[in-house]
Design a protein around this ligand. Structure first.
Ligand code: PEP
Ligand code: MG
Length: 589
């Protein structure tokens, strides 16, 4: 960079949700669709590209016909007639033949070739001094966009097939996108939308990809190819960084690396408080491949396996055997430490349109999600339960149900689990009959009736990500109101206390598996409330362990007593930061 002529750097501020520094060229993804990328194909792939093109043309034709019919019904046949010209485009032999010829000549992906050919056509027509032909140019542009959209819907998204390492700048990325990302090619992530507890952010942390969300309009201002420095800790994106910025970040990064190396020394140590209380410290995983990071970061097993990721990015449901194999391998890897498998939580921001479709909803987080979907799709639910039970024969497997809102749902889930055991007994399959079963407490109604639920299960795992969004009515993925998402809200504190007290009164253990468990500023609060287990993203585990090892239970209890007297989230946070700062201020930065 030092040879470049002097220029100003531009800074964008968002929320840093996955720590670390990345630098490199950006690839901008707009409008939930990619810019049409160009990539080379092998001659052997031509037939496949032609197949995709034909399918996209057929799909486009069907869409135009459907639209035409709807308009004919609602407005009249005359207006619907304008789509005849669109239909002519998808049937235009000259255009199609030119695409096929160029595909063979250029050996590039068909979206790129089609865009080139169609744009040339439209441009030529628009220059002719004839109103009819100029109209046709507009038709071609319209249909081209539609065909490309359909092509992109069928292909793996082009940004996922990047051949060079890039920093992705996108309006939004779905958890499914994040799940298929190639760590080698995606150096960093920056999105206009999103928040800390969105599953895309959670995935980025799991994959150890530095990420910033909530940049509002970065995709409008940036262009593919620009060079940036991304700071996923402080949420800063610097475009065209100056040599001074590079130097300052070099220093910052080496300090962070030093802290990380020091924390790595804790790997084999226990997460025990200074006064000797052992807190089970486990890791959350999304994909089976994440299991390597569990022991590597010194976690004691897996406190939350988000199995819904098995259902994303595919068109068929995973079979019982396929799931069994996956769970068995993960269970064996962490055994004798526990593996808590959460039954799948599709819906909300995790959609599996191909395999288990919950459809479009106006309020997906309040909709047909998790256990609600399972209790109406008993076969899909049972397939998973049988697979988990079978895996319990080889490891220390526990089961938990997400989004329990009351005892009725819990009892139905438990009775379906009992049926699955019966079925396995009949077929002679082995499983552990002592598998612990827990309920996630992540809906305020469950927290408020925790005393009733505690009598039915072996443990509670508190999903603070959802509990907070529902308690304060703040959509967890909406960056506009992210500042209102306050884990230290007095209402949240009271709900957490209610859950922990109910667990203790009923002699069951209680843990936290939401992002709050990975926030070292809040560990004093969680320990003071009496949490027995904390489960955080694997990369956060070493910091949490240091926090646990630095605190005593009496000082944390004292903090909770004081916090319960405070009135605002910021007062409670300040009190937490005060204690955390005294004990491990170097980690708070
Ligand atoms: C939670 O809600 O806190 C939780 C752990 O589950 P998820 O983030 O997958 O909704
Ligand atoms: Mg949840």
């Amino acid at each position: 960079m030092s040879g470049d002529k002097a220029r100003e750097e531009i800074r964008f501020h968002g929320a840093g949700v996955s720590p670390g520094i990345a630098q490199g060229a950006i690839h901008v993804v707009r409008d939930d669709l990619d810019d049409v990328a160009r990539y080379r194909i092998e001659p052997a792939q031509i037939a496949n590209e032609i197949g995709r093109f034909e399918a996209a043309l057929i799909q486009t034709r069907t869409q135009i016909l459907e639209m035409q019919q709807k308009i004919a019904e609602s407005i009249g046949a005359k207006d619907a007639g304008i789509f005849d010209a669109h239909l002519l485009v998808v049937e235009d032999r000259t255009l199609i033949d030119e695409v096929l010829r160029k595909l063979e000549a250029d050996l590039c992906n068909v979206e790129w070739v089609f865009q080139e050919v169609a744009n040339n056509y439209a441009e030529t027509l628009s220059k002719i001094d004839d109103p009819y032909l100029r109209e046709r140019a507009l038709d071609i542009e319209d249909v081209t966009r539609r065909v490309i959209r359909n092509l992109q819907g069928k292909a793996p998204k082009a940004f996922l097939a990047l051949t060079e390492p890039h920093i992705l700048v996108a309006h939004n990325l779905t958890p499914s996108d994040a799940a298929t990302m190639n760590r080698e090619r995606v150096l960093g992530i920056a999105t206009d939308l999103g928040s800390r507890t969105s599953h895309t952010a959670i995935m980025a942390r799991s994959l150890n990809i530095p990420a910033i969300v909530g940049l509002h309009n970065a995709t409008e201002k940036l262009e593919t190819g620009q060079h940036v420095l991304l700071d996923g800790t402080d949420g800063l994106l610097v475009v065209d960084p100056t040599p001074e910025t590079f130097a300052r970040y070099g220093e910052l990064e080496s300090k962070r690396v030093q802290i990380t190396q020091k924390l790595a020394e804790l790997r084999e140590t226990k997460s025990t408080t200074r006064d000797g209380r052992h807190i089970v410290l486990s890791a959350n995983i999304e994909l089976p491949g994440d299991v390597d990071a569990v022991a590597a970061n010194g976690a004691e097993g897996i406190g939350l396996y988000r199995t819904e990721f098995l259902y994303l990015n595919r068109t068929t449901l995973p079979t019982e055997d396929e799931q069994y194999e996956t769970y068995r391998k993960v269970a064996e890897r962490v055994s004798p430490d526990p593996l808590i498998i959460r039954t799948f939580d599709l819906g909300g921001d995790k959609l599996a349109p191909g395999a288990a479709d919950v459809g479009d909803e106006l309020n997906p987080f309040l909709g047909w999600r998790a256990i609600r979907f399972c209790l109406e799709n008993i076969d899909i639910f049972k397939t998973q339960l049988r697979a988990i039970l079978r895996a319990s024969a080889v490891g220390n497997v526990k089961i938990m149900f997400p989004m329990i809102s009351g005892v009725g749902e819990l009892r139905r889930a438990l009775s379906i689990l009992a049926e699955c055991k019966e079925e396995l007994r009949r077929t002679g399959s082995t499983f552990s009959d002592t598998t612990e079963v827990g309920a996630m407490i992540e809906i305020p109604s469950a927290a408020l009736s925790a005393d009733i639920l505690a009598r039915e299960v072996d443990f509670f795992s508190i999903g603070t990500n959802d509990l907070i969004q529902y308690a304060i009515a703040v959509d967890r993925v909406n960056e506009r109101i992210a500042h209102l998402y306050e884990p230290t809200h007095p209402a949240v504190l009271r709900l957490l206390k209610m859950i922990a007290d109910a667990a203790r009164a009923n002699d069951i253990w209680v843990g936290v598996c939401g992002e709050m468990a990975g926030d070292i500023a809040l560990i004093p609060l969680l320990l003071g409330l009496g949490m027995d287990e904390l489960s955080a993203g694997a990369t956060l585990v070493p910091r949490v362990k240091r926090a646990v090892q630095s605190l005593t239970i009496p000082e944390c209890r004292q903090l909770v007593d004081e916090a319960l007297e405070l009135q605002t989230p910021s007062e409670i946070l300040a009190r937490c930061l005060e204690l955390a700062g005294k004990r491990y201020g170097d980690l708070l930065g």
